[in-house]
Design a protein around this ligand. Structure first.
Ligand code: PLP
Length: 422
């Protein structure tokens, strides 16, 4: 596609966009009374208008039925974790039994590390990306200490080469090989939250397995953003949150993936709770934990229905729109953003884009490394009605989301940004 730097061209792309009707399925926030240009779906996705109805239905059923709602409400609460399985499985490229909605991301990461990080005298190292999201770093650090080990001896953080901002796959694979004798686990953010780099999950997983290690991914910035094939790529486990691209609401429902080949392994060490126990005898309250097969066996507590209802509303939209169409539009939106940014006169003087140029190596987000006055520029675009994201020390993250952002918004944003630079 040959892009043009005109508002009429941007409007034409919007008219031709087969997903354009979905914008009106969301509440769009306002700044100074005007609809904001909202580019932070990577931080908190917007509210689908259908969320309110689904939550109200649960409130109505609770009011009318009390405890009987577990069995007799329109979506019986007892089975609620099953209602999102198909949609989540499609989003991450899994079988329904390999995924479950539960908890929050960091909690799920701890549950997965408890099962998949079992260091021995010889195999104890963890390879991960340098500058991972703080919560992931803390989870790993505390898990390592819990095994009586020193994080400095265990955690290998891979940094980009001198003068580069993102990791090369060849360097990741080489590091895995280099540490193979001691390697226990490879853990990466599938899409790096700061740079927006989409790692090559397939190659990383293969290399990790060749080294005799487990391989897991944090999908916080990947689910609902990029196509994923966790089952096919043999990933051991993955975790995600629901409030970013999944639009499931602040602090909303998270989830996890465990590959089918671990589904029936009852010897796997895990932290257990009654909701993970064999459903057929859960209410007998007997001694001795018997995990359900698959991801369900990692559940701890009974399901939080109100946040789960919000997620169901959002997943319905993903089911309808389909990841294939969403990704196709996303590539265009982000490609158009990149094109217009490069059209800004002397752009290299003001900023550089640290997200990979290859569209296959990124999702929708572009990270702009500001070379001067970054915070001032950010404040100026915020005053002009752009909701973007500032990351210390000098990065502005822009994430146009295919479900609700438009090409015209990208055009208007770049105009505002360009004015703010000069
Ligand atoms: C957003 C995000 C988190 C947040 O963790 P919560 O447990 O949901 O608060 C963790 N890790 C990554 C990589 C994230 O992007």
């Amino acid at each position: 596609m040959k892009f043009e730097n005109t508002r009429s061209f941007a409007k034409r792309l919007d008219q031709e966009d087969i997903l354009r009707k979905y914008r009106s399925a969301f509440h769009l926030p306002k700044v100074n009374g005007k609809t904001a240009i909202y580019f932070t779906g990577n931080s908190l996705g917007l509210q689908p208008k259908s969320v309110q109805k689904l939550i109200e239905e649960e409130l109505t059923d609770w009011a009318a039925l009390g405890v009987e709602g577990h069995f007799h409400s329109r979506r019986p609460w007892l089975h609620y974790h099953q209602f999102s399985k198909k949609s989540l499985a499609k989003l991450v490229g899994a079988k329904p039994g390999e995924v479950v909605a539960m908890n929050q991301l960091t909690v799920n990461l701890h549950l997965m590390l408890t099962s998949f990080y079992r260091p021995t005298k010889t195999k104890y190292k963890i390879i991960t990306e340098a500058g991972a999201f703080s919560s992931d770093q803390y989870a790993v650090e505390s898990q390592v200490k819990q095994h009586g080990l020193n994080p400095a001896d265990v955690v290998i953080e891979l940094k980009p080469r001198q003068g580069e901002h993102t990791l090369r796959t060849e360097d990741i694979l080489a590091a895995i090989k280099h540490h193979q004798n001691e390697l226990a686990l490879v853990l990466f953010g599938a899409v790096q939250y700061y740079t927006g780099q989409f790692f090559e999950l397939n190659k990383i997983t293969k290399a990790g397995h060749s080294a005799g290690a487990y391989v897991g991914f944090d999908l916080a910035h990947a689910i609902g953003n990029v196509p994923l094939q966790l089952h096919k790529h043999n990933v051991d486990f993955a975790v995600w949150c629901g409030y970013k691209y999944l639009n499931s609401g602040p602090g909303g429902m998270a989830g996890l993936f465990v590959h089918e080949r671990h589904a029936k392994n009852k010897n796997m060490v895990r932290l257990a709770g009654w909701w993970g126990h064999d459903a057929s005898e859960r209410f007998q309250m007997k001694k001795g934990f018997k995990p359900m097969p698959g991801a369900d066996g990692w559940q701890l507590s009974n399901f939080p229905v109100l946040t789960g209802a919000a997620q169901l509303a959002s997943l319905k939209i993903f089911d309808e729109a389909g990841m294939k169409s969403l990704r196709a539009k996303s590539l265009m939106l982000t490609g158009y953003l990149e094109f217009l940014l490069k059209e800004i006169p002397h752009n290299a003087h003001y900023f550089s884009i640290i997200t990979p140029k290859n569209p296959k190596a990124r999702g929708c987000q572009l990270s702009l490394l500001m070379k001067k006055n970054g915070k001032k520029v950010f404040n100026a675009i915020s005053r002009a009605g752009v909701v973007a994201d500032w990351r210390e020390p000098d990065v502005i993250r822009i994430a146009p989301v295919p479900l609700y952002n438009t090409f015209e918004e990208i055009f208007l944003f770049v105009k505002i940004f360009s004015d703010a630079l000069s």
